[in-house]
Design a protein around this ligand. Structure first.
Ligand code: FES
Ligand SMILES: [Fe+2]
Length: 419
């Protein structure tokens, strides 16, 4: 590695004030630790549920489940365009109220005895109401869940009275990414892997470090994230931002598809792709992403991705051509529901459409390489052979994540962690 490159590749872990020692495996495999995470992290943190574009018009709704806390969630946009969240539970005998994953409705009726509710949560009607005892409909609306929106992202908080606002929770991360562009936010496809057998931290860690990319992803994108000058794909910057964190990964500017990669060559032709995730660096500076100060903050010319990890379980990946996000929802100590939403703009011509399809299929291949590896890692961790994992500087995000997890699990109050 030459001297010039050493200057471009910063030391990150120490610069962010983190330790350098081994990390215990216990939090990745212990049922007792998982019980504490449920209460102290997922029961107290603001959790990202998706984007406002998933509720595209007045009376849109979506439903979901936060399995880790056993909570059923209904999110609505009412006719005044206010987005609200409720427990998706009927006030009569606690049946699940809305079964559809998404739709449009100004009111909801429970299929059990037909109690009905407006999409602002108020109780609208009760059949044979006179036969109840002192029933006051005003007291029988849906149970609200704290809900707020940041830059088009919808968050909920499962504390009945959240200790801190969403703005306080996001802190310097929210400030840094203020006005970040989200091109093609309304157009996305979902890759839902479902439940995989690995702890949620094992799972999310695999999407937060470039060290593995030239090795695990040799068959797909290894060569697009490393070159002779940066053979181990060291990152270009990394920043701890309160409980959240970011990392800029390197993209090989000299990458061209190999001779025998016929489909890839057909898709990209002689375009300087830079990296596959960016789709087409030259023609797509989607929405001015490359100009935002928090994205590739060191202005490195060969950047591939800005990994923006919002604590605890949500990552937005910005690249020159657009963005995608991945949610990692714990469903037990060693299972995780994994779901990606990939946003792509409307293609302007057939070639671009073909390129997009190649990109989307390639994303699927990369994810499969990651996912198949993780279940083996979880099993090996549970074998008890090792008590610790070792992290290097490129794995900065993982160290900041586990240190933050430990702080939240130990802290009596949220404010104590954020101060
Ligand atoms: S449980 Fe919903 S109407 Fe009875
Ligand atoms: Fe990977």
């Amino acid at each position: 590695m030459n001297d010039a490159l050493k200057i471009e590749l910063p030391q990150i872990t120490k610069a962010n004030g983190l330790g350098t020692g081994p990390i215990p495996i216990e939090p990745y495999i212990s049922p007792e630790w998982y019980e504490r995470e449920k209460k102290q992290i997922f029961g107290r943190a603001w959790l990202c549920m998706g984007r406002v574009e998933q509720l595209p018009e007045a009376n849109s709704f979506i439903t979901t489940e936060v399995e880790v806390c056993g909570v059923l969630v209904l999110i609505t946009r009412n006719k005044a365009d206010k987005i609200s969240a409720f427990h998706n539970v009927c006030s009569h005998r606690s049946n699940m109220l809305v079964l559809e994953p998404a739709g449009t409705a100004s009111k909801f009726a429970c299929r059990y005895h037909n109690w009905s509710y407006r999409n602002d949560g108020s109780c609208l009607g009760v059949p044979d109401r006179e036969n109840f005892f002192d029933l006051d409909l005003k007291e029988r609306g849906l149970t609200p869940i704290a809900c707020d929106v940041w830059e088009g992202w919808i968050f909920i908080n499962l504390q009945p009275e959240p200790e801190v606002s969403l703005k306080e929770f996001l802190g310097s991360f929210g400030e840094a990414f203020r006005d970040a562009p989200f091109p093609a936010a309304e157009q996305f496809f979902t890759i839902d892997v479902g439940n995989m057998r690995a702890n949620w931290k094992v799972t999310i860690d695999a999407f937060a470090e470039p060290y593995h990319v030239p090795v695990l992803h040799t068959a797909t994108v290894g060569a697009t994230f490393a070159n002779k000058l940066n053979p181990f794909s060291r990152p270009l910057s990394g920043n701890a931002r309160g409980s959240h964190r970011t990392l800029t990964t390197f993209g090989n500017p000299d990458y061209t598809p190999p001779e025998d990669a016929l489909v890839e060559r057909l898709a990209y032709g002689n375009v300087d792709t830079g990296n596959v995730l960016g789709s087409d660096v030259n023609s797509l500076d989607a929405g001015g992403l490359q100009n935002h100060p928090a994205i590739n903050p060191n202005r490195a010319p060969s950047w591939a991705t800005e990994i923006a990890w919002m604590f605890p379980n949500f990552i937005i990946f910005f690249s020159p051509g657009g963005f995608f996000s991945i949610e990692f929802w714990p469903t037990s100590v060693n299972t995780t529901r994994w779901m990606a939403k990939v946003h792509i703009p409307v293609a302007q011509d057939v070639r671009q459409r073909f390129q997009q399809e190649h990109h989307n299929c390639r994303m699927g291949e990369i994810f499969l390489e990651d996912v198949s590896n993780l279940e083996c890692q979880q099993k090996a961790m549970e074998s008890g052979a090792k008590k610790e994992i070792i992290l290097q500087d490129s794995e900065f995000l993982l160290r900041h994540s586990i240190e933050t997890v430990m702080k939240w699990v130990e802290a009596a109050t949220v404010r104590e962690v954020l101060k």
